[in-house]
Design a binder for this molecule. Structure first.
Ligand SMILES: [Zn+2]
Ligand SMILES: [Zn+2]
Length: 133
């Protein structure tokens, strides 16, 4: 996956070996990744390095943080092809995975005068398609 290097450079992140690995890991998963999940996958690297790597990704708009109500932030890749990345998230109560429903955009929300939205967090909870068999 040479693509990883390009994706990192696109958002002005210097593609170090570690960053490429973390990017590929997040990209390879269907569900959003928590720091703990990443830590389990990269046994040899310490939590601080992983945390910093993911934070760099977040600051540069490569990943977005998802609060799924579990209290553990999760991260997923941003869809840069789309003009807006405000999409619905889904937390499965059975497999505990959190998914980006990127095809399901959050509808335009009207706020009272003087309110400026910076981030809209919309989360659906229930049973995902994999568990619903
Ligand atoms: Zn599920
Ligand atoms: Zn998402």
């Amino acid at each position: 996956m040479k693509n990883a290097e390009k994706q990192l450079q696109k958002v002005n992140i210097r593609p170090t070996a570690m960053r490429i690995l973390v990017y590929q890991f997040i990209a390879s998963r269907d569900a959003a990744v928590s720091l703990t999940t990443a830590e389990k996958h990269f046994e040899k690297s310490d939590r601080t390095t992983l945390y910093r790597t993911i934070k760099t990704f977040e600051q540069n708009g490569l990943v977005h943080q998802i609060n799924d109500g579990t209290g553990i932030p999760k991260y997923a890749l941003c869809q840069h092809e789309k003009h807006s990345d405000l999409h619905l998230h889904f937390h499965c109560t059975k497999c505990k995975e959190t998914l980006c429903l990127t095809e399901h955009q959050i509808p335009q929300i009207n706020l009272p005068n003087g309110f400026i939205p910076e981030d809209i967090n919309m989360l659906a909870k229930g049973i995902c398609d994999k568990c619903n068999v």
